[in-house]
Write a protein that binds this ligand. Sequence first.
Ligand code: ADP
Length: 381
Amino acid sequence: MGGFLVGTLVMLAIRRQSEPSSAPDAPPEDTLSPGVASLLAVLPSSAVVLDREDRVLRASSAARAYGLVRGDNLISAELLALARKVRRDGEIREGEIETSGRKFGQESTSFAVRVAPLGSNGQVLVLAEDQTDRLRVEAVRRDFVANVSHELKTPVGALSLLAETIQDAADDPEAVTRFAGRMQHEAARLTYLIQDLITLSRIQGAEEIPTPEPVPVDEAVHEAIDRCSTKAASKDITLVAGGTGGLNIWGDDELLVTALRNLIDNAVAYSPEHTRVVVSARPAGDSVEISVSDQGIGIPENAQERIFERFFRVDAARSRSTGGTGLGLAIVKHVAVAHGGEVSVWSKEGSGSTFTLRLPAFGGVAVATPRTTSTPLEAAT
Ligand code: ADP
């Protein structure tokens, strides 16, 4: 929108220049005064000047790239109608238009436009600002807020119902105990959701890690395994750390543990009892690859692209029953991006899944450094 502000200032300047007092110096009707031409050249937005016959007298390269202008014609009929109105009554007008012009693969482009008279010889200036990205971001934000509200409403609704039920069952201690347990479960779900939302907004806020440091991968893996061990033990799932020891990434240890914990948590949640989850690190050029493999239910191929979206779940009921918030993989993806790395998935339904984090190695090349303490590589619960 900064460009639009510049546009407004330019319009004021142009207006002043073309007021009646300066009429004797006005340029011929089919040319632009040099001042206006150089002003248009520095404008970031698409700018078009039409002559009194609606022919394009000047168009910035952006206006042509967006397909607003072809040859000496303004393509949008809507914009042309606006320009004619402005020429008739001399009033500056603003509006929004949508064009099918393709730029950088966009299907259609939404513009905020501002149209003003340019001098007294029927010329009209059209400024158009691409607002497709802004509208998309707004739509994503609206969606997110709607999703969060929905996700919060479910446990809060359950808590309220359970509280009522407990009130009615006041003289049945067994029922009170049972419902109180379910209240605890719903409260825990609410806590996880809020924690994940805080983590997500914290990582999304930072485009990149503010103070990267060398992070020993073994320590992060062991810490993440530690935090998931109770849940794994309850399903008799063995957690194993393996691969190359002594690797270091360049980043943030807390974020790395958060990402690994989410991946291991999922591996446990979506695996049957008595299986194994393996966390393995290996050098890969200037990066370190850390993978988490399970022998679980796997992910259908058509869902694999979407699982990193916020609140996307293959099976919503299953995710809820395991305490999932639908935000775990979105957090993992943001951690990877914040490190300048990436996360990928391989999965086969019924066989299992492997998630691989690829993160920059400390020092620009992945080498195993001897450890000062003897951390065991195999850690089974
Ligand atoms: P959730 O809190 O629901 O687990 P995530 O963002 O962590 O949310 O994961 C999104 C969805 O991806 C899950 O609901 C699940 O359907 C699928 N998923 C993630 N990890 C695995 C896995 N290791 N095995 C099978 N499905 C998985």
